[in-house]
Design a binder for this molecule. Structure first.
Ligand code: SF4
Length: 381
């Protein structure tokens, strides 16, 4: 194992508060939107009308909001629906069933989202931070460090935008309605706790307040911020918790997931089991299979012993190596043996499909590629 990557910090940026985007209706609950509309001198019901366009009809073009008076349409939409995500690239693969979007935010930060169509559902994977401060050494996003937290609306808008793409019929062979959201894009969701929880509330609130998704169809991933897991369990939300474990022993996990130096495997798993008890939701244990690093049979057996009898499911993730990285995916026979040992221990285990590989599908890879392409220093870095 090598030492952890160094994260460079612009000395001029130290102590500077990151500039947050303009306020958007998805930052506010319905009463908050009504108060904002009242400040504009408009009747409160306009808030519901604009919300219905955005969340209910997935429309953001004022010209299509014909139930609003023409004289105030632009002003209302301009105030409630400022542009948050500027598309940089949109790419499709897997015969159009996977579409990856790269966005530039108002301050130039890059984030990405992925839309995945299946015969029975449509899932979007969204980012919760620009960059990430968790420094997992095998992850493209972790190499660049954290730029800033996304606002609630910047998080929600990724899902609403891609729900609109799905509704347009762009994902052949899949239902047109977005059904699942996973917080597995860039960032550690629980490090942006308040905005992520507010975003979940917008995603599950019925239209026109929100997107009307089922709580059970939302998955929040974490590397194991124990106090935040416990707080999430008390939110009266029954979203799925996905714990990025990646190693069953502290010695290796201290390196692969540096936050383990603060909260050890046993503490993280205790918090996960308490979450499962409180919510009744099975915890998803995420485990990136990294060649010769965490894929040994004895680690499968140890993981099996930790998880046997628990309300848990293991998702093995074939590592999608970042360009130039020394980390590689485990060979298939090794992966199969790992699965076999976990199942023999009575642990439900699947290997995640590897959607989006052709388009830099691992978290942060598209943004990293954009940075490389646009930064002449990158070639020699
Ligand atoms: S794996 Fe997740 S938590 Fe770790 S650095 Fe990457 S984005 Fe952050």
């Amino acid at each position: 194992m090598t030492s952890l990557p160094l994260i460079s910090v612009d000395p001029d940026a130290r102590g500077r508060r990151p500039a947050m985007p303009p306020r958007h209706l998805a930052d506010l609950d319905l009463p908050g939107r009504q108060a904002l509309v009242a400040e504009l001198g408009e009747p409160a019901f306009r808030a519901k009308q604009v919300s219905n366009h955005y969340f209910g009809r997935l429309v953001r073009d004022p010209a299509q909001m014909t139930d609003l008076p023409a004289a105030t349409r632009e002003r209302l939409a301009g105030t409630l629906l400022p542009t948050l995500l500027n598309p940089v690239r949109e790419m499709a693969c897997d015969d159009g069933a996977t579409r990856k979007a790269l966005w530039r935010l108002h301050d130039g930060s890059l984030v990405e989202s992925v839309l995945m169509g299946y015969p029975d559902r449509v899932t979007v994977c969204i980012s919760s931070q620009a960059g990430c401060g968790m420094a997992c050494p095998f992850c493209a996003t972790g190499q660049a460090g954290l730029t800033r937290n996304l606002s609630t609306a910047e998080i929600v808008d990724q899902a609403v935008y891609l729900a609109g793409v799905a509704a347009s019929g762009a994902v052949a062979g899949s239902p047109p309605r977005l059904s699942h959201v996973v917080f597995m894009g860039m960032g550690e969701p629980l490090a942006n706790y308040a905005r992520v929880v507010a975003a979940i509330r917008r995603l599950v609130a019925p239209a026109p307040e929100g997107l009307g998704l089922s709580q059970r169809h939302i998955t929040v991933s974490t590397v194991g911020l124990v106090p935040a897991i416990r707080r999430l369990a008390s939110e009266d939300l029954s979203v799925t918790l996905a714990l990025s474990l990646h190693a069953p022993d502290d010695e290796l996990r201290d390196e692969l997931v540096p936050v383990n130096q603060r909260w050890k495997v046993s503490e993280v798993l205790d918090a996960a089991w308490d979450y499962a008890d409180t919510t009744g939701r099975r915890v998803s244990i995420e485990y990136a299979m990294i060649k010769d690093v965490n894929d040994q049979p004895w680690r499968a057996d140890l993981l099996g012993r930790l998880l046997a009898g628990k309300l848990a499911h293991v998702n093995l993730i074939p590592l999608n190596p970042t360009p130039g990285s020394r980390w590689d995916a485990s060979p298939k026979p090794v992966e199969r043996e790992f699965v076999r040992r976990l199942r023999d221990a009575g642990v439900s285990t699947t290997v995640r499909d590897t959607r989006g590989r052709e388009i830099d599908g691992a978290c942060g890879q598209l943004a990293a590629a954009e940075d490389r392409d646009s930064d002449p220093r990158a070639a020699t870095a």
